[in-house]
Design a protein around this ligand. Sequence first.
Ligand code: SF4
Length: 370
Amino acid sequence: MHFESPIKRRQSRQIMVGNVPVGGGAPISVQSMTNTETCDVAATVAQIRAIQDAGADIVRVSVPSMDAAEAFKAIREQVSVPLVADIHFDYKIALKVAEYGVDCLRINPGNIGNKDRVRAVVDCARDKNIPIRIGVNAGSLEKDLQKKYGEPTPDALVESAFRQIEYFDELDFQEFKLSLKASDIFMTVEAYRKIASQIDNPLHLGITEAGGFRSGTVKSSIGLGLLLMDGIGDTLRVSLAADPVQEVKVGWDMLRSLKLRNRGINFIACPSCSRQNFDVVKTMNELEERLEDIKVSMDVAVIGCVVNGPGEAKEADLGLAGGSPNNLVYLDGKPNTKVKNETLVDDLERMIREKAAAKEKEESNLIAKS
Ligand code: SF4
């Protein structure tokens, strides 16, 4: 179960978003975005912390006005995670948040305005050592491109991106990453594939306005999954009409599924059937909820009976194979303890926590030695 991902990642140059490297072989970072009122500093700080606790490497905050820029200053002082400011229409807001310690500026070529404004933002970013995300979005393409293509297309997204890229080249500014988002999977995937072979700047992936929790997760998993399988993508945000904490969890699940990053428990569970010797679904749901705080990566198998139980349980760090009269827990591939249905979840939680603590100790010893 512990084999490496066969995905060969696209070579890209590296930028730093605060202390988080993006591109150049760095782990694919997970992002989310606050949906609180930015001027409500307390609520935004609380949400940023919740997003960070869920495992986000970078958090984006919308800064729609100068009042929000002032709020951003107060927010910046209270959180440690790298912050990206989302700027539309008014380039002066970008200059303001740069003063206030932003770690990356996201600008939208479709609405940031003329070259002088872009140059002002680039000069400021260069001066303060802040990278920029050029965020092209199918919903806000430049008017002339909308006219030229009639509707958003992959080529229209790429052309919009290249206008900024060429101008950034003229200004000799390479500290940027790029996103080309659409809510349509085919358009997004094609646009990213087209641009991936033409530039070496890091790419930020996302299917924009993907939908609600379930449909958006499916859409994002297919779209981003295709790109990630191609080795494309240096950072990602799963956009869901849901709690941003869920976006982070889904992002991690995607990366974990593709073995691109590890964090927390990778559960292997059978769907259950009438052969099950304990309630697999209930056990799985309870464990998932109780063990969300575990950060060390480990495989845990929860399998209802002896059909597939021993095989899967042996491959995991800790595995449960249903049996009668008792279920059997495997630890590090070997049968270890018998557990009764009545105390199953409590017993498993305790054993998983013990195993996680041992793994954490092992990992810190390894780091100390290296
Ligand atoms: S492992 Fe056993 S309980 Fe689970 S689905 Fe298969 S046969 Fe059913």
